[in-house]
Structure formats: C-alpha cells, structure tokens
Design a protein around this ligand. Structure first.
Ligand code: C2E
Ligand code: MG
Ligand code: MG
Ligand code: MG
Length: 283
C-alpha cells in the first residue's frame, strides 16, 4: 500500500504499525527494568492429593509487582515476551526462583514439588538443557525431582522430534515434566504416546463445565483413562467447588488444583495457609 502511494509516502496502516512496534519496544524495556529490579515474583497455588488429604506440590505463577503497588497477571505481559530477546532471561529467572523456593521447602522438611511454566520457544531454544543443568548445580541442596516444568502441548507439536529429545534430557537430569492445558490441542492422543512426561493436567475449561456438560465430562473421563493407560499422573486444574472435586475423585482423579482449595498466593502467605490446613484437618 505504501508503495502504491509512491516514495516517502506512508499510509495510516504503516504509521499505526510503527507505533505498535514502538509501544511494544517500550513495554519490553519496562519488562527488562522489572527483571533488573526483581519485580517478577512467583505466587504459589497448592496441588492437593484428595486421596491422602495433603498438599503434594505448588505451582509457581508469575506476577509483576509494579513499584506503584499494582500487581499484574501474566496475560498482561507474557504476550510481549513471546519470541522477544528477553524470553530466555525471563524464563531462567523464573526457574531460578522456583529452585530457590524448592530448596527452602525441602530443607525445611516440607515434602512438596515446585512447578514452573515454561514457554514453548524457551523450551526449544538452543542450550535450554545446559542452562537447566547449571541452575540445578547451583542448587545442590535441592533434589532435581522437586522441580517440575509445565509445558503446553502446542509447544511440542511444532517440532515433535526435537521436543521429545529435549524432554528426555530434562528427565535424565531428574526434573519432572508436566503437560499443561491437556486436551486443548488437537490429536492429543498420539502426542501423549510419544512425549516423555510424568504428568498431564486436564485443562480447566473441561473441568469448569463437567458437571453440566456431558461432553466435557466425557473428555475429563477420557483424559483420566488415557493417563492411566500410559501410567501418568493426572491433575485437574480450575477446580472451583467441592462438587467438582468430588466428581473428579469419583472418576479416579485425586490430584487437584483450584480456587476451591486456594488461589495462587505470595510466598509469604504460604506458611500461614499450610498452618490453617493442618489445624483444620487435625481437629
Ligand atoms: P496455567 O499454567 O494453565 O495456570 C492456570 C491458571 O489458572 C492460572 O492463571 C491460575 O491462577 C488460574 N487458576 C487456578 N485455579 C483456578 C480456578 O479454580 N479457577 C479459575 N478460573 N482459574 C484458576 P494465571 O496465574 O493468570 O496464569 C495464566 C497462564 O500464564 C498460566 O496458565 C501459564 O500458561 C502462564 N504463566 C503463568 N506464570 C508463568 C511463568 O512464570 N512463565 C510462563 N512462561 N508462563 C506463565
Ligand atoms: Mg501451568
Ligand atoms: Mg493450565
Ligand atoms: Mg492455561
């Protein structure tokens, strides 16, 4: 369009595009500054084993603590990070934080795993496994299997062969792999067979409607049977009510995460939350 209008002529479209590029660049500079200032912090949501009535892990979910006190959810800044120069630095920062926390909980005698979400491009980037190995070496007091990496199926599908090889190497380091948002991609069945993972997480969209929508209930049931067939752990996410938890347990899924139990919380609140749990189950 700009060409048709001749040289040195810019269409409104070009101007808007340039403005968008400029705005994203500014947002990325803000993210870089936020990384320098340690403003990105993992909040933790417990993963609960209903069968044993105890917390078995925590998923770290990043929040941006702005200097003005505002706390931003991931969707407000993850899209800017996507395929940017900062994506690796950001992801490594989150893994380091998860390992610091896993070390602290392990040394305090709390038997929990810490999960951290990894973007597809970061997972498949050159040197990912080497950096992970180095981070583990710097946390000698943390058994590697206390760390779990959550990846989404779509991250693996684009280059399945490479994904399989990277996931194998991650598990050889002793780190667990969890397949997040399972069921939302296509041809999930064949992927599950070839991907070396320890756990699948049923996407919350299926869990949310499983009590009213027979299709969603069937999907939940299928994922549970699939996981069983491949000897994988299965976790339901987005469990918002006791009725959901009960239905899941009846279908054979005892690992759950969701607002019915706890929202993601800053690490400073976790100890109190754990105290309240143990006092409510022992009384
Ligand atoms: P996810 O990994 O699938 O995480 C689950 C999301 O559902 C989280 O949203 C969590 O707060 C929310 N959630 C948990 N329980 C419930 C519930 O009972 N009901 C409802 N409605 N929602 C629930 P959040 O924290 O906004 O994170 C959104 C997504 O951002 C995550 O989805 C994950 O894909 C991504 N993400 C979060 N932290 C990180 C990170 O450190 N690195 C990367 N690369 N991605 C991250
Ligand atoms: Mg996740
Ligand atoms: Mg998920
Ligand atoms: Mg999700």
């Amino acid at each position: 369009r700009a060409k048709a209008q001749g040289r040195n002529q810019y269409s409104l479209f070009d101007i808007e595009l340039a403005a968008n590029v400029q705005r994203r660049r500014e947002r990325l500079l803000a993210i870089e500054h936020g990384l320098d200032q340690a403003q990105f912090r993992l909040h933790y949501q417990p993963k609960i084993d209903l069968a044993r009535g105890r917390v078995v892990g925590f998923e770290g979910l990043v929040r941006w603590h702005r200097p003005d006190g505002e706390v931003l959810a991931p969707m407000a800044f993850l899209p800017d990070l996507d395929r940017s120069d900062l994506e690796r630095r950001f992801g490594e920062t989150m893994i380091r934080q998860a390992l610091d926390q896993a070390t602290a909980w392990f040394t305090s005698g709390l038997a929990v795993t810490v999960s951290v979400n990894i973007s597809g491009p970061h997972l498949l980037s050159e040197g990912f496994v080497e950096v992970l190995a180095e981070l583990l070496e710097r946390h000698p007091d943390c058994p590697p299997d206390r760390l779990a990496l959550e990846i989404v199926e779509s991250a693996a599908v684009n280059d399945l062969e490479r994904a399989v090889s990277v996931l194998k190497q991650i598990r050889e380091l002793g780190v667990q792999v969890s397949l997040d948002d399972f069921g939302t991609g296509y041809s999930s069945l064949s992927h599950l067979r070839s991907l070396p993972v320890d756990e699948v997480k049923i996407d919350q969209s299926f869990v949310r409607d499983m009590l009213d929508d027979i299709n969603d209930r069937n999907i939940v049931q299928s994922v549970i049977s699939l996981a069983e067939a491949f000897s994988l752990r299965v976790v339901a996410e987005g469990v918002e009510t006791a009725e959901h938890a009960e239905a899941l347990q009846q279908l054979g899924c005892t690992l759950v995460q969701g607002y019915a139990f706890a929202r993601p919380m800053p690490v400073a609140e976790v100890a109190d939350w754990l105290d309240r749990q143990s006092s409510s189950t022992s009384s």
